[in-house]
Design a binder for this molecule. Structure first.
Ligand SMILES: [Zn+2]
Ligand SMILES: [Zn+2]
Ligand SMILES: [Zn+2]
Length: 450
């Protein structure tokens, strides 16, 4: 190991191509180690400032990678460098650039100087190997350690650990101490391979859904179970031991009928009448109670047992009438007056006929079961920009299915889920008995947007 600082401070492609004086260990990187981790080790080992090689930690795409000064050097010396590039597993838009404040790591992995390639994916929040959530490097650590080698830097004690975020400098001394454990290497290989397979397989399911999955935590949580069913693989979260309720799902053709769709939409009133006749026959009683609850409250709090079918149907109607709900003075959405509402203009989803509305109803019902199965109480808000029917690559929408036992919950005498609304017209709150999340009264309950 030699630390040559001066000749390499201003590094150029020529000098990289010509020199053999740069050093990288022959054993190569750890399995599925991130390119950023490789860069940092490279920097410390060779005594080169990262800024001198063109800010490699900001590289987040194939294009930037191919144009970088170190690329060809690494490609010729590191076997299978592709497996260390995060954009191989997720679209570059959803990769952290690891600017200050964005570097996430596993507190256990960092002890042996390891940073996984998957940690840079925006919605990837777990370490599958250590069964824990990732941590964000604090500002101090980002400034101190993510710039790589700096000539003026005091040599930190190599076991030093940040008392704020738990970060430790990523470098080879730690790695070499751990390399003696063949079990560790085979575990990194095994978990890395399974996660790589996961990302590659869900990419193949549907690109539109894959993008949503990588973009937002909420979408990822919602889609993970469905992807597990469709790919028959375990998600990183499941590998990490975060339990989840598996709810089956279906891909359905949305079937937008262009002729009698956009130009002659069926009215909301007509569609609601049809829905009520076909699916709410046995729930007239539940519907009446729920309507009462939604009527502008007279100052009295109300609690009723949950009827999922009626609630899903009422959310559908609310979305069709109000852009945003609840608002002061928001009342029940009785059928009266609905025939005048011609289209579903307020809804972001592509609805032009009964079938579209029915699929939206099914999607709301499936989501209700999904949220209730998380075991936490929540408040229901309706927002116009919330989309349920996300149309995938092949014009299909994915819908989580509600089970028969969930749909018929109101037919059983003792319901473990109740609905509550305060006397001043707040949101409907779904109270899950034996709430897993500690909630103080009805305050601090999370909102779920429909
Ligand atoms: Zn870990
Ligand atoms: Zn820190
Ligand atoms: Zn019912």
């Amino acid at each position: 190991m030699k630390a040559i600082s001066k000749p390499f401070v201003a590094i150029s492609e020529d000098s990289l191509g010509a020199t053999e004086r740069l050093f990288y260990p022959e054993c190569g990187p750890m399995p599925y180690e991130s390119i950023y981790s490789i860069y940092l080790k490279f920097s410390y080992l060779n005594g080169i400032k990262l800024s001198a090689v063109d800010r490699p930690l900001n590289i987040i795409s194939e294009q930037q990678w191919s144009g970088h000064v170190l690329t060809s050097w690494l490609e010729s010396r590191v076997a299978d460098i592709d497996s260390h590039l995060p954009w191989r597993y997720a679209p570059y838009k959803y990769i952290y650039s690891n600017k200050l404040g964005e570097f996430r790591f596993c507190k256990e992995c960092i002890r042996f100087g390891y940073h996984s390639v998957f940690n840079s994916i925006l919605t990837h929040n777990v370490c599958a190997l250590h069964k824990c959530s990732l941590t964000r490097a604090c500002f101090h650590c980002a400034v101190e350690y993510l710039h790589g080698f700096r000539p003026c830097q005091s040599i930190p004690h190599f076991m030093k650990k940040c008392s704020v975020c738990g970060f430790q400098r990523i470098e080879l001394t730690r790695e070499f101490r751990m390399r003696r454990s063949p079990r560790l290497l085979s575990s990194l290989e095994e978990f890395g391979r399974r996660q790589a397979e996961w990302y590659e397989s869900i990419f193949d399911v549907d690109l539109v859904y894959f993008n949503h999955y990588c973009e937002q935590d909420e979408q990822r949580n919602y889609l993970t179970g469905s992807f597990e069913i469709l790919t028959k693989l375990k998600s990183p979260e499941t590998l990490a031991g975060f339990s989840r309720v598996i709810q089956s799902c279906i891909f359905v053709e949305l079937g937008r009928d262009r002729d009698c769709g956009q130009s002659y939409p069926e009215t909301q009133g007509a569609i609601c009448e049809q829905l009520e006749a076909r699916h709410l026959g046995r729930h007239q009683y539940c519907l009446r109670f729920l309507n009462e609850m939604l009527r502008y409250p007279d100052g009295a709090e109300t609690t009723v047992n949950l009827c999922p079918i009626s609630l899903a149907y009422l959310i559908l109607r609310i979305k069709g009438v109000y852009g945003k709900w609840p608002v002061p003075g928001s009342t029940s959405i009785n059928l009266a007056g609905m025939p005048e509402l011609a289209s579903w203009g307020r809804i972001s989803d592509p609805i032009s006929n009964y079938r579209g509305a029915f699929l939206l109803f099914l999607s709301i019902l499936g989501r209700l079961q999904y949220h209730i199965s998380q075991g936490c109480s929540f408040a229901i808000l309706c927002r116009p920009d919330k989309r349920h029917l996300i149309v995938g690559e092949t014009e299909r929408v994915i819908i989580k299915k509600a089970t028969y036992s969930f749909r018929s919950m109101c037919q059983r005498s003792s319901s473990r889920v109740r609905l509550f609304r305060n006397g001043v017209g707040g949101p409907i709150t779904v109270i899950v008995e034996a709430d897993k999340c500690s909630v103080d009264g009805y305050f601090g309950i999370k909102n779920v947007i429909f």
